[in-house]
Design a protein around this ligand. Structure first.
Ligand SMILES: O=C(O)C1=C[C@@H](OP(=O)(O)O)[C@@H](O)[C@H](O)C1
Ligand SMILES: C=C(OP(=O)(O)O)C(=O)O
Length: 459
Protein backbone atom coordinates (compact mmCIF):
# COMPACT_ATOMS: atom_id res chain seq x y z
CA UNK A 1 0.00 0.00 0.00
CA UNK A 2 1.22 3.51 -0.73
CA UNK A 3 2.41 5.88 1.95
CA UNK A 4 0.91 9.32 2.33
CA UNK A 5 3.52 12.04 1.60
CA UNK A 6 3.37 15.25 3.60
CA UNK A 7 2.65 18.25 1.35
CA UNK A 8 3.21 21.89 2.34
CA UNK A 9 0.74 23.34 4.83
CA UNK A 10 -0.92 25.61 3.87
CA UNK A 11 -0.67 24.27 0.35
CA UNK A 12 -0.49 26.87 -2.45
CA UNK A 13 -3.31 25.85 -4.81
CA UNK A 14 -2.01 25.70 -8.39
CA UNK A 15 -3.55 28.41 -10.57
CA UNK A 16 -4.20 27.41 -14.20
CA UNK A 17 -2.47 29.80 -16.56
CA UNK A 18 -3.96 27.99 -19.59
CA UNK A 19 -6.75 25.45 -20.20
CA UNK A 20 -5.97 22.17 -18.46
CA UNK A 21 -5.79 19.11 -20.62
CA UNK A 22 -5.19 15.53 -19.57
CA UNK A 23 -6.35 12.07 -18.62
CA UNK A 24 -6.84 11.18 -14.98
CA UNK A 25 -7.19 7.67 -13.61
CA UNK A 26 -9.08 7.92 -10.33
CA UNK A 27 -8.74 5.31 -7.57
CA UNK A 28 -11.49 2.90 -6.53
CA UNK A 29 -14.81 4.04 -5.12
CA UNK A 30 -14.86 4.50 -1.36
CA UNK A 31 -18.54 3.58 -1.15
CA UNK A 32 -18.13 0.38 -3.18
CA UNK A 33 -14.84 -0.63 -1.52
CA UNK A 34 -16.26 -0.34 1.97
CA UNK A 35 -19.53 -2.12 1.07
CA UNK A 36 -17.66 -5.00 -0.62
CA UNK A 37 -15.34 -5.31 2.39
CA UNK A 38 -18.30 -5.57 4.80
CA UNK A 39 -20.11 -8.13 2.65
CA UNK A 40 -16.91 -10.13 2.09
CA UNK A 41 -16.38 -10.24 5.87
CA UNK A 42 -19.90 -11.67 6.29
CA UNK A 43 -19.80 -13.96 3.22
CA UNK A 44 -19.96 -17.74 2.97
CA UNK A 45 -16.35 -18.10 1.75
CA UNK A 46 -13.21 -16.19 0.77
CA UNK A 47 -13.59 -13.20 -1.56
CA UNK A 48 -11.20 -11.47 -3.93
CA UNK A 49 -11.56 -7.73 -4.56
CA UNK A 50 -9.59 -5.94 -7.26
CA UNK A 51 -9.00 -2.21 -7.71
CA UNK A 52 -9.80 -1.52 -4.05
CA UNK A 53 -9.32 1.98 -2.72
CA UNK A 54 -6.32 2.48 -0.45
CA UNK A 55 -7.15 5.52 1.67
CA UNK A 56 -7.77 6.43 5.28
CA UNK A 57 -11.45 5.37 5.14
CA UNK A 58 -10.74 2.01 3.50
CA UNK A 59 -7.85 1.28 5.89
CA UNK A 60 -10.11 2.04 8.85
CA UNK A 61 -12.69 -0.37 7.43
CA UNK A 62 -10.05 -3.07 6.95
CA UNK A 63 -8.77 -2.57 10.51
CA UNK A 64 -12.30 -2.73 11.92
CA UNK A 65 -13.20 -5.96 10.14
CA UNK A 66 -9.85 -7.55 11.05
CA UNK A 67 -10.46 -6.59 14.69
CA UNK A 68 -13.77 -8.47 14.45
CA UNK A 69 -12.04 -11.61 13.14
CA UNK A 70 -11.80 -11.30 9.33
CA UNK A 71 -8.49 -11.84 7.55
CA UNK A 72 -7.73 -9.30 4.83
CA UNK A 73 -4.54 -9.68 2.82
CA UNK A 74 -3.24 -7.62 -0.06
CA UNK A 75 -2.13 -10.29 -2.55
CA UNK A 76 -1.17 -7.91 -5.38
CA UNK A 77 -1.26 -4.11 -5.68
CA UNK A 78 -4.91 -3.13 -5.32
CA UNK A 79 -6.11 -6.72 -4.90
CA UNK A 80 -7.19 -8.07 -1.53
CA UNK A 81 -8.38 -11.46 -0.36
CA UNK A 82 -10.89 -11.51 2.45
CA UNK A 83 -11.46 -14.52 4.65
CA UNK A 84 -14.77 -13.90 6.41
CA UNK A 85 -15.41 -13.68 10.12
CA UNK A 86 -15.60 -17.12 11.69
CA UNK A 87 -19.14 -18.32 12.32
CA UNK A 88 -19.80 -17.01 15.80
CA UNK A 89 -20.49 -19.17 18.78
CA UNK A 90 -23.31 -17.47 20.73
CA UNK A 91 -22.46 -16.34 24.24
CA UNK A 92 -26.05 -16.64 25.38
CA UNK A 93 -28.89 -19.11 24.76
CA UNK A 94 -28.93 -22.90 24.41
CA UNK A 95 -26.00 -23.01 21.92
CA UNK A 96 -23.65 -20.85 24.01
CA UNK A 97 -20.10 -22.14 23.81
CA UNK A 98 -16.51 -21.48 24.91
CA UNK A 99 -13.72 -19.62 23.06
CA UNK A 100 -11.73 -20.69 20.01
CA UNK A 101 -12.39 -19.65 16.39
CA UNK A 102 -15.81 -18.07 16.40
CA UNK A 103 -15.76 -17.90 20.17
CA UNK A 104 -15.79 -14.70 22.22
CA UNK A 105 -13.48 -12.00 20.90
CA UNK A 106 -12.97 -10.37 24.25
CA UNK A 107 -12.75 -6.59 24.29
CA UNK A 108 -12.10 -4.81 21.01
CA UNK A 109 -11.87 -1.10 20.20
CA UNK A 110 -12.68 0.14 16.71
CA UNK A 111 -11.41 3.52 15.53
CA UNK A 112 -13.91 4.94 13.02
CA UNK A 113 -11.76 7.99 12.25
CA UNK A 114 -14.18 10.33 10.48
CA UNK A 115 -15.56 7.64 8.18
CA UNK A 116 -19.35 7.53 7.99
CA UNK A 117 -19.18 4.12 6.34
CA UNK A 118 -17.18 2.69 9.26
CA UNK A 119 -19.14 4.28 12.11
CA UNK A 120 -22.51 3.32 10.54
CA UNK A 121 -21.82 0.02 8.72
CA UNK A 122 -19.65 -1.78 11.30
CA UNK A 123 -21.83 -1.71 14.49
CA UNK A 124 -24.40 -4.12 12.98
CA UNK A 125 -21.49 -6.44 12.10
CA UNK A 126 -20.19 -6.17 15.68
CA UNK A 127 -23.62 -7.23 16.91
CA UNK A 128 -23.12 -10.51 15.04
CA UNK A 129 -19.88 -11.47 16.82
CA UNK A 130 -19.41 -12.58 20.40
CA UNK A 131 -17.61 -9.80 22.19
CA UNK A 132 -17.54 -6.31 23.59
CA UNK A 133 -16.83 -3.86 20.79
CA UNK A 134 -16.15 -0.23 21.62
CA UNK A 135 -16.54 2.34 18.83
CA UNK A 136 -14.66 5.62 18.87
CA UNK A 137 -13.36 8.13 16.34
CA UNK A 138 -11.92 11.56 15.59
CA UNK A 139 -13.06 14.57 17.60
CA UNK A 140 -15.14 15.71 14.60
CA UNK A 141 -16.73 12.27 14.33
CA UNK A 142 -18.26 12.62 17.78
CA UNK A 143 -20.87 15.03 16.43
CA UNK A 144 -21.86 12.99 13.36
CA UNK A 145 -25.37 11.53 13.83
CA UNK A 146 -25.60 7.81 14.58
CA UNK A 147 -28.92 7.66 16.48
CA UNK A 148 -31.07 5.83 13.94
CA UNK A 149 -28.49 3.03 13.53
CA UNK A 150 -28.30 2.61 17.31
CA UNK A 151 -32.09 2.81 17.71
CA UNK A 152 -32.48 0.29 14.90
CA UNK A 153 -30.07 -2.13 16.54
CA UNK A 154 -31.73 -1.65 19.94
CA UNK A 155 -35.09 -2.39 18.28
CA UNK A 156 -33.61 -5.64 16.99
CA UNK A 157 -32.54 -6.65 20.49
CA UNK A 158 -28.86 -5.63 20.41
CA UNK A 159 -27.44 -4.50 23.77
CA UNK A 160 -25.34 -1.32 23.72
CA UNK A 161 -24.12 1.22 26.21
CA UNK A 162 -21.53 3.99 26.48
CA UNK A 163 -21.35 7.76 26.78
CA UNK A 164 -22.62 8.58 23.25
CA UNK A 165 -25.67 6.36 23.32
CA UNK A 166 -28.18 8.89 24.64
CA UNK A 167 -27.08 11.58 22.21
CA UNK A 168 -26.92 9.07 19.36
CA UNK A 169 -23.22 9.59 18.65
CA UNK A 170 -19.84 7.96 19.14
CA UNK A 171 -18.44 6.68 21.48
CA UNK A 172 -20.55 3.65 22.36
CA UNK A 173 -20.10 -0.06 22.97
CA UNK A 174 -21.89 -2.94 21.25
CA UNK A 175 -22.23 -6.13 23.30
CA UNK A 176 -22.34 -8.74 20.56
CA UNK A 177 -23.77 -12.11 21.56
CA UNK A 178 -23.00 -13.98 18.35
CA UNK A 179 -26.34 -13.41 16.67
CA UNK A 180 -29.14 -10.93 16.02
CA UNK A 181 -32.77 -12.04 15.87
CA UNK A 182 -33.76 -9.43 13.28
CA UNK A 183 -37.35 -8.74 12.25
CA UNK A 184 -39.24 -5.49 11.74
CA UNK A 185 -37.80 -2.18 12.83
CA UNK A 186 -38.61 1.49 12.18
CA UNK A 187 -35.97 4.21 11.86
CA UNK A 188 -35.96 7.81 10.69
CA UNK A 189 -33.29 7.91 7.97
CA UNK A 190 -33.96 11.47 6.83
CA UNK A 191 -30.54 12.49 8.23
CA UNK A 192 -28.42 10.07 6.18
CA UNK A 193 -28.88 7.24 3.70
CA UNK A 194 -26.13 5.43 5.60
CA UNK A 195 -28.63 4.63 8.39
CA UNK A 196 -30.52 2.46 5.90
CA UNK A 197 -27.42 0.98 4.26
CA UNK A 198 -25.92 0.07 7.65
CA UNK A 199 -28.86 -2.09 8.69
CA UNK A 200 -29.39 -3.63 5.25
CA UNK A 201 -25.79 -4.77 4.76
CA UNK A 202 -25.71 -7.06 7.82
CA UNK A 203 -29.40 -8.04 7.58
CA UNK A 204 -29.04 -11.33 5.64
CA UNK A 205 -27.13 -12.64 8.65
CA UNK A 206 -29.93 -11.76 11.10
CA UNK A 207 -31.88 -14.91 12.04
CA UNK A 208 -35.19 -13.55 10.69
CA UNK A 209 -33.70 -11.13 8.17
CA UNK A 210 -34.95 -7.55 8.30
CA UNK A 211 -38.05 -5.54 7.50
CA UNK A 212 -36.82 -1.94 7.69
CA UNK A 213 -39.40 0.84 7.65
CA UNK A 214 -38.30 4.44 7.23
CA UNK A 215 -40.39 6.98 9.14
CA UNK A 216 -39.80 10.64 8.36
CA UNK A 217 -38.99 12.95 5.47
CA UNK A 218 -37.18 11.81 2.33
CA UNK A 219 -34.09 9.61 2.66
CA UNK A 220 -31.20 11.63 1.17
CA UNK A 221 -28.58 10.28 -1.25
CA UNK A 222 -30.94 7.61 -2.68
CA UNK A 223 -28.20 6.47 -5.08
CA UNK A 224 -26.26 5.14 -2.10
CA UNK A 225 -29.24 3.07 -0.90
CA UNK A 226 -29.60 1.79 -4.46
CA UNK A 227 -25.92 0.84 -4.38
CA UNK A 228 -26.43 -1.13 -1.15
CA UNK A 229 -29.41 -3.01 -2.57
CA UNK A 230 -27.49 -3.75 -5.79
CA UNK A 231 -24.40 -5.13 -4.05
CA UNK A 232 -26.55 -7.28 -1.75
CA UNK A 233 -28.40 -8.74 -4.75
CA UNK A 234 -25.09 -9.35 -6.46
CA UNK A 235 -24.16 -11.50 -3.45
CA UNK A 236 -27.32 -13.57 -3.93
CA UNK A 237 -29.31 -11.84 -1.19
CA UNK A 238 -33.05 -11.32 -1.69
CA UNK A 239 -34.01 -7.68 -1.16
CA UNK A 240 -37.53 -6.39 -1.72
CA UNK A 241 -37.58 -2.60 -2.14
CA UNK A 242 -40.89 -2.47 -4.02
CA UNK A 243 -42.60 -0.39 -1.30
CA UNK A 244 -41.12 3.15 -1.11
CA UNK A 245 -39.43 3.70 2.24
CA UNK A 246 -39.41 -0.02 3.12
CA UNK A 247 -36.85 -2.76 2.59
CA UNK A 248 -37.24 -6.48 3.28
CA UNK A 249 -34.02 -8.50 3.38
CA UNK A 250 -34.43 -12.29 3.50
CA UNK A 251 -32.13 -14.21 5.82
CA UNK A 252 -29.56 -16.39 4.09
CA UNK A 253 -25.97 -16.69 2.99
CA UNK A 254 -24.03 -13.82 1.44
CA UNK A 255 -22.24 -15.28 -1.57
CA UNK A 256 -18.48 -14.59 -1.63
CA UNK A 257 -17.34 -11.95 -4.13
CA UNK A 258 -14.81 -11.96 -6.94
CA UNK A 259 -15.09 -8.50 -8.34
CA UNK A 260 -13.38 -5.29 -9.43
CA UNK A 261 -14.20 -1.98 -7.75
CA UNK A 262 -15.32 0.81 -10.10
CA UNK A 263 -13.32 4.06 -10.05
CA UNK A 264 -14.66 6.68 -7.65
CA UNK A 265 -16.84 8.87 -9.86
CA UNK A 266 -17.45 11.38 -7.06
CA UNK A 267 -13.70 11.85 -6.74
CA UNK A 268 -13.46 12.24 -10.53
CA UNK A 269 -15.51 15.40 -10.01
CA UNK A 270 -12.79 17.93 -9.10
CA UNK A 271 -10.71 16.85 -12.13
CA UNK A 272 -13.69 17.15 -14.48
CA UNK A 273 -14.52 20.49 -12.87
CA UNK A 274 -10.99 21.64 -13.72
CA UNK A 275 -11.92 21.30 -17.40
CA UNK A 276 -15.02 23.43 -16.81
CA UNK A 277 -13.17 26.06 -14.74
CA UNK A 278 -10.40 26.54 -17.33
CA UNK A 279 -12.16 25.84 -20.67
CA UNK A 280 -9.95 22.75 -20.91
CA UNK A 281 -10.48 19.04 -21.58
CA UNK A 282 -10.21 16.22 -19.05
CA UNK A 283 -10.82 12.51 -19.66
CA UNK A 284 -11.45 9.80 -17.10
CA UNK A 285 -10.99 6.21 -18.37
CA UNK A 286 -12.72 3.07 -17.03
CA UNK A 287 -16.00 4.98 -16.48
CA UNK A 288 -18.72 2.34 -15.99
CA UNK A 289 -21.48 2.48 -18.62
CA UNK A 290 -23.99 1.43 -15.92
CA UNK A 291 -23.43 2.25 -12.26
CA UNK A 292 -25.17 3.00 -8.99
CA UNK A 293 -22.61 5.72 -8.11
CA UNK A 294 -23.98 9.24 -7.60
CA UNK A 295 -20.88 10.51 -9.44
CA UNK A 296 -22.40 9.38 -12.73
CA UNK A 297 -24.51 12.52 -12.39
CA UNK A 298 -21.52 14.59 -13.56
CA UNK A 299 -22.79 13.73 -17.03
CA UNK A 300 -25.94 15.81 -16.45
CA UNK A 301 -24.58 18.38 -13.97
CA UNK A 302 -21.59 19.72 -15.92
CA UNK A 303 -23.56 20.70 -19.06
CA UNK A 304 -25.51 23.11 -16.81
CA UNK A 305 -22.20 25.02 -16.54
CA UNK A 306 -21.74 25.13 -20.33
CA UNK A 307 -19.51 22.05 -20.63
CA UNK A 308 -19.72 19.28 -23.20
CA UNK A 309 -19.67 15.70 -21.93
CA UNK A 310 -18.79 12.79 -24.21
CA UNK A 311 -18.79 9.11 -23.34
CA UNK A 312 -16.97 6.77 -25.68
CA UNK A 313 -17.34 3.08 -24.89
CA UNK A 314 -14.12 1.08 -24.76
CA UNK A 315 -13.47 -2.62 -24.39
CA UNK A 316 -15.24 -5.46 -26.16
CA UNK A 317 -18.49 -5.48 -24.15
CA UNK A 318 -18.93 -1.71 -23.83
CA UNK A 319 -19.19 -2.07 -20.05
CA UNK A 320 -16.81 0.82 -19.52
CA UNK A 321 -15.75 3.86 -21.50
CA UNK A 322 -13.87 7.11 -21.34
CA UNK A 323 -15.75 10.16 -20.10
CA UNK A 324 -14.42 13.40 -21.56
CA UNK A 325 -15.47 16.83 -20.34
CA UNK A 326 -14.68 19.94 -22.35
CA UNK A 327 -15.31 23.29 -20.72
CA UNK A 328 -17.18 25.93 -22.72
CA UNK A 329 -15.84 29.45 -23.35
CA UNK A 330 -17.95 30.73 -20.42
CA UNK A 331 -19.05 29.04 -17.18
CA UNK A 332 -22.80 29.46 -17.59
CA UNK A 333 -25.26 30.10 -14.75
CA UNK A 334 -26.51 26.66 -13.70
CA UNK A 335 -29.84 27.60 -12.06
CA UNK A 336 -31.17 25.10 -9.51
CA UNK A 337 -29.44 21.76 -9.05
CA UNK A 338 -31.09 19.47 -6.47
CA UNK A 339 -29.86 16.44 -4.52
CA UNK A 340 -26.15 16.74 -5.27
CA UNK A 341 -25.22 14.94 -2.01
CA UNK A 342 -21.49 14.36 -1.70
CA UNK A 343 -20.94 16.10 -5.07
CA UNK A 344 -22.12 19.43 -3.62
CA UNK A 345 -18.75 20.94 -2.62
CA UNK A 346 -17.34 20.52 -6.13
CA UNK A 347 -20.54 21.86 -7.70
CA UNK A 348 -20.37 24.78 -5.26
CA UNK A 349 -16.89 25.69 -6.52
CA UNK A 350 -18.24 25.94 -10.07
CA UNK A 351 -21.27 27.96 -8.86
CA UNK A 352 -18.85 30.53 -7.39
CA UNK A 353 -17.06 30.87 -10.74
CA UNK A 354 -20.18 30.87 -12.94
CA UNK A 355 -21.33 33.98 -14.78
CA UNK A 356 -24.72 34.00 -13.04
CA UNK A 357 -26.81 32.51 -10.25
CA UNK A 358 -27.04 28.96 -9.04
CA UNK A 359 -28.83 27.17 -6.21
CA UNK A 360 -27.92 23.87 -4.62
CA UNK A 361 -31.10 22.53 -3.02
CA UNK A 362 -32.10 19.55 -0.83
CA UNK A 363 -28.65 19.10 0.70
CA UNK A 364 -29.56 19.48 4.39
CA UNK A 365 -27.89 16.16 5.25
CA UNK A 366 -24.53 17.76 4.47
CA UNK A 367 -24.72 19.41 7.89
CA UNK A 368 -23.95 15.95 9.34
CA UNK A 369 -21.09 15.14 6.98
CA UNK A 370 -17.37 15.47 7.86
CA UNK A 371 -18.22 19.03 8.87
CA UNK A 372 -21.37 21.13 8.48
CA UNK A 373 -20.71 21.59 4.77
CA UNK A 374 -23.37 24.25 4.22
CA UNK A 375 -21.81 26.55 6.79
CA UNK A 376 -18.28 25.60 5.73
CA UNK A 377 -18.98 26.35 2.05
CA UNK A 378 -20.66 29.68 2.83
CA UNK A 379 -17.80 30.67 5.18
CA UNK A 380 -14.98 29.74 2.82
CA UNK A 381 -16.73 31.33 -0.18
CA UNK A 382 -17.04 34.52 1.86
CA UNK A 383 -13.31 34.46 2.58
CA UNK A 384 -12.53 34.91 -1.12
CA UNK A 385 -15.30 37.48 -1.68
CA UNK A 386 -17.98 35.11 -3.03
CA UNK A 387 -21.64 35.86 -2.35
CA UNK A 388 -23.47 32.84 -0.91
CA UNK A 389 -26.72 32.74 1.02
CA UNK A 390 -27.01 29.79 3.39
CA UNK A 391 -30.46 28.27 3.92
CA UNK A 392 -31.47 25.37 6.17
CA UNK A 393 -31.01 22.84 3.39
CA UNK A 394 -29.75 24.87 0.44
CA UNK A 395 -27.13 27.35 -0.77
CA UNK A 396 -27.78 30.23 -3.17
CA UNK A 397 -24.88 31.62 -5.22
CA UNK A 398 -24.76 34.96 -7.02
CA UNK A 399 -21.88 33.86 -9.25
CA UNK A 400 -19.77 36.41 -11.08
CA UNK A 401 -22.06 38.45 -13.37
CA UNK A 402 -20.48 41.14 -15.57
CA UNK A 403 -19.23 43.98 -13.38
CA UNK A 404 -19.03 41.90 -10.18
CA UNK A 405 -15.90 42.32 -8.06
CA UNK A 406 -13.47 39.49 -8.83
CA UNK A 407 -12.80 36.82 -6.23
CA UNK A 408 -9.56 37.29 -4.32
CA UNK A 409 -7.00 35.02 -2.69
CA UNK A 410 -7.15 33.72 0.89
CA UNK A 411 -6.09 30.74 2.94
CA UNK A 412 -9.08 28.40 2.93
CA UNK A 413 -9.91 26.13 5.86
CA UNK A 414 -10.82 22.50 5.21
CA UNK A 415 -12.27 21.34 8.57
CA UNK A 416 -10.74 17.83 8.16
CA UNK A 417 -13.07 17.50 5.15
CA UNK A 418 -11.58 16.03 1.98
CA UNK A 419 -14.30 17.60 -0.16
CA UNK A 420 -13.71 21.08 1.31
CA UNK A 421 -10.07 20.60 0.26
CA UNK A 422 -10.98 19.70 -3.32
CA UNK A 423 -13.55 22.55 -3.38
CA UNK A 424 -10.70 24.94 -2.55
CA UNK A 425 -8.44 23.39 -5.20
CA UNK A 426 -11.06 23.94 -7.94
CA UNK A 427 -11.59 27.55 -6.84
CA UNK A 428 -7.81 28.05 -6.75
CA UNK A 429 -7.54 27.28 -10.47
CA UNK A 430 -9.27 30.54 -11.29
CA UNK A 431 -8.60 32.74 -8.25
CA UNK A 432 -5.07 34.02 -7.57
CA UNK A 433 -3.25 33.24 -4.33
CA UNK A 434 -5.52 30.61 -2.83
CA UNK A 435 -3.80 28.47 -0.21
CA UNK A 436 -5.38 25.38 1.36
CA UNK A 437 -5.01 24.46 5.02
CA UNK A 438 -4.38 20.73 5.49
CA UNK A 439 -4.61 19.50 1.90
CA UNK A 440 -3.48 16.16 3.39
CA UNK A 441 -7.05 15.66 4.60
CA UNK A 442 -7.79 14.41 1.06
CA UNK A 443 -6.18 11.14 2.28
CA UNK A 444 -9.66 10.23 3.58
CA UNK A 445 -10.56 8.99 0.10
CA UNK A 446 -7.76 10.07 -2.30
CA UNK A 447 -4.28 10.11 -0.71
CA UNK A 448 -2.53 11.05 -3.95
CA UNK A 449 -4.73 14.07 -4.63
CA UNK A 450 -2.02 16.77 -4.31
CA UNK A 451 0.25 14.97 -6.79
CA UNK A 452 -2.59 14.08 -9.17
CA UNK A 453 -3.83 17.67 -9.14
CA UNK A 454 -0.38 19.16 -9.66
CA UNK A 455 0.26 16.76 -12.53
CA UNK A 456 -2.99 17.76 -14.24
CA UNK A 457 -3.06 21.49 -13.70
CA UNK A 458 0.64 22.29 -13.36
CA UNK A 459 2.14 24.40 -10.58
O1 LIG B 1 -23.18 5.08 1.85
C1 LIG B 1 -22.26 5.76 1.41
O2 LIG B 1 -21.23 5.25 0.93
C2 LIG B 1 -22.41 7.23 1.41
C3 LIG B 1 -23.65 7.79 1.56
C4 LIG B 1 -23.89 9.24 1.51
O3 LIG B 1 -24.20 9.69 2.82
P1 LIG B 1 -25.46 10.66 3.16
O4 LIG B 1 -26.70 9.91 2.89
O5 LIG B 1 -25.26 10.97 4.61
O6 LIG B 1 -25.32 11.87 2.28
C5 LIG B 1 -22.66 9.98 0.97
O7 LIG B 1 -22.81 11.35 1.09
C6 LIG B 1 -21.40 9.49 1.63
O8 LIG B 1 -20.29 10.19 1.15
C7 LIG B 1 -21.18 8.04 1.26
C1 LIG C 1 -19.98 12.32 3.43
C2 LIG C 1 -18.87 11.69 3.04
O1 LIG C 1 -18.25 10.67 3.69
P1 LIG C 1 -18.69 9.60 4.79
O2 LIG C 1 -18.59 8.28 4.11
O3 LIG C 1 -17.70 9.76 5.87
O4 LIG C 1 -20.09 9.92 5.21
C3 LIG C 1 -18.18 12.07 1.80
O5 LIG C 1 -17.24 11.34 1.41
O6 LIG C 1 -18.53 13.08 1.16
Amino acid sequence: MSTFPAPLDPWPAPRASSPVSGTVRVPGSKSLTNRYLVLAALADGPSRLRGVLDSRDSRLMVQALVALGATITEVAPGTVEVTPLPTPVPTTGPDAGPGGPGGPLGDVTIDCGLAGTVMRFVPPVAALVSGTVRFTGDEAALSRPMGPVLDGLAGLGVRMDGPGLDAGTLPFTVHGTGGVDGGRVEVDASGSSQFVSALLLAAPRFRDGLHLVHTGATVPSPEHVGMTVAVLRRCGVQVDDSVPGEWRVSPGPIRALDTAVEPDLSNAGPFLAAAVATAGTVSVPDWPAQTTQIGDRWRSILPAFGARVDFSPTGPDGATGTLTVTGGPRITAPGEIADTGELAPTVAALCLLAEGPGQLTRIGQLRGHETDRLTALATEAGRIGGAVEEGRDHLVFTGLPAGAAPLHGATLETYEDHRMATFAAVVGLAVPDVAIRNIATTAKTMPDFPEMWTRLVGG
